[in-house]
Design a protein. Structure first.
Length: 214
């Protein structure tokens, strides 16, 4: 009886073209990754509510097991990604152009992470040099991304990698050309990301010897 009722319900849902949506909500990788929770809360989180980078799910799955606890990370842009990286690496330094957002993010950061305010312009782009160190990972996910990519290359360790989010955008098309000229290759990770439903891309730029063992 119950089996027949379930079958009838699914037939009704499919007739209304709602079956696929309901199935995704009940059991799917979108549910397992926490996409529905992120969509409803408008926060980049996993299924348990833990912070995630606002990058594509294929990128997150690829990089997470390759992160090491001695890595230093720099981020243009900050938020749940800063907390996520900080839980897995030695240190995270981030820069933001929005003072109010800096205050919001700073309240949630652990001791090994810091976010700094810099107004948009040269000081924002050059913020990667403040600490005087070089980084295994530099994430470009804020403003002035092309300028930040160009400037920050010199602040990578010899095995460092650069990460550009939303790399499918036409306004960032020139990045691959100048990164190739500098000896970098790349991997594009297309897919969905937390909160949003459209296709986007996160790209890792790396050299032959790199800290992610690519």
């Amino acid at each position: 009886m119950i089996k027949a009722l379930k079958k009838q319900v699914w037939q009704w849902l499919n007739a209304l073209k709602l079956g696929g949506s309901v199935q995704l909500y009940l059991e799917s990788e979108l549910k397992n990754n926490g996409w529905f929770r992120s969509y409803h809360t408008k926060r980049s989180v996993d299924a348990a509510g833990n912070p995630l980078p606002w990058c594509t799910y294929p990128f997150i799955a690829f990089i997470q097991p390759r992160l090491k606890n001695h890595f230093d990370v720099f981020e243009y842009g900050s938020g749940n990604s800063t907390r996520w990286y900080a839980a897995q690496v030695q240190s995270v330094q981030a820069v933001e152009h929005d003072e109010e957002w800096v205050k919001e993010v700073a309240r949630q950061l652990p001791a090994n992470a810091e976010v700094t305010y810099r107004a948009l312009g040269e000081k924002y782009v050059s913020a990667v040099q403040i600490s005087g160190k070089k980084y295994q990972i530099i994430v470009v996910d804020g403003r002035k991304r092309v300028d930040c990519m160009r400037f920050s290359v010199d602040f990578l360790t010899s095995d460092g990698v650069l990460i550009l989010d939303n790399s499918e955008r036409e306004s960032y098309a020139e990045v691959k050309g100048f990164m190739r000229a500098l000896g970098f290759r790349w991997i594009d990770f297309y897919g969905m990301a937390p909160i949003v439903s459209h296709l986007t891309c996160t790209t890792i730029f790396y050299r032959d010897t790199n800290c992610l063992d690519i």
